[in-house]
Design a protein around this ligand. Structure first.
Ligand code: NAP
Length: 255
């Protein structure tokens, strides 16, 4: 009997999968058997290398260049995935742009919009492109990569925290709205997990963060990828509207 974690005959789209957490998620879903669409924007070479790596280990993947903030770009990507791999069963909203720290006095509406483009506009546009097929087949998985910062209210980061909160709002409302079609909608909220873009962050800051995590370490991309693979699988058939914090218990003490 096939494992309930098996994703064979499923098609997954992971946005922003050329590097960072998205790349680990794409790789993990492919290991579980899914055919994976690796979306990228600037890093074509990295996305192609990831596809090669997946194929070399017996998996199926293709890379797709699209700006997740642009409707025409997104719709063309979905059309191409449908034709290359088949209809999308698993949709992972992961892509992110720059995340500047800004105190309230320096906050602009544009800075807020910059985050909302990734965490609200893009999920809305993509869901609209993919849902007709999910609804007609009576199944689907939508997984938002949110963040522990919403639970923690990280200071000088309010435009990002607010957009991540809005993303959780989409998740909760869509879970209710889509449940009758057996489409589940959940979020995975990582703690601070160093990716390439954190390469220049102070080692002392990382040590201090790890010290306050109850499990006394930072997470790694695999921790997040495993949670996404679980929520994408049949093992999570009856789980919807949940925000799964993957942060070693970091939000437990303070919220
Ligand atoms: N790492 C953490 O500590 C952490 C913690 C909590 C939550 N998160 C969340 O986890 C997700 C991934 O974060 P990360 O740290 O892995 O980020 P990352 O390493 O900076 O990677 C971001 C990804 O998004 C892609 N991207 C950027 N602009 C894009 C666009 N316009 N269209 C399509 N793709 C685009 C990038 O691709 P290109 O290079 O090809 O443009 C890249 O693959 C985000 O939603 C983030 O908020 C991360």
């Amino acid at each position: 009997m096939a494992s309930r974690h098996d994703l064979s005959n499923r098609v997954a789209l992971v946005t922003g999968a050329s590097r960072g957490l998205g790349a680990a998620i794409a790789q993990r879903l492919a290991q579980c058997g899914a055919a994976v669409a690796v979306n990228h924007w600037a890093s074509a070479e990295k996305a192609n290398q990831l596809v090669q790596k997946i194929e070399q280990s017996g998996g199926k993947a293709r890379s797709y260049r699209a700006d997740v903030r642009e409707p025409a770009s997104l719709n063309e990507m979905v059309r191409q995935i449908n034709s290359d791999l088949g209809p999308i069963d698993i949709l992972v909203f992961n892509a992110t742009g720059p995340q500047p720290f800004l105190q309230i006095e320096d906050l602009t509406w544009q800075a807020c919009l910059d985050q909302l483009e990734f965490f609200v506009k893009s999920p809305v546009l993509l869901a609209q492109a993919v849902l007709p097929s999910m609804k007609s087949r009576g199944r689907g998985r939508i997984i938002h990569i949110a963040s522990e910062v919403f639970a923690q209210g990280t200071p000088r980061f309010s435009q990002y925290v607010a957009a991540k909160g809005a993303q959780l709002g989409l998740m909760r409302s869509w879970a209710m709205e889509l449940a009758p079609w057996q489409i589940t909608v959940n979020a995975v909220s990582p703690g601070w997990i160093p990716t390439e873009r954190h390469a220049n962050d102070a080692e002392g800051d990382k040590r201090a963060y790890a010290e306050k995590v109850p499990m006394k370490r930072m997470g790694n991309p695999q921790d997040v990828a495993d949670a996404v693979a679980f929520l994408a699988s049949d093992a999570a058939n009856f789980i919807t509207g949940q925000n799964l914090l993957v942060n070693g218990g970091n939000a437990l003490g303070g919220t």
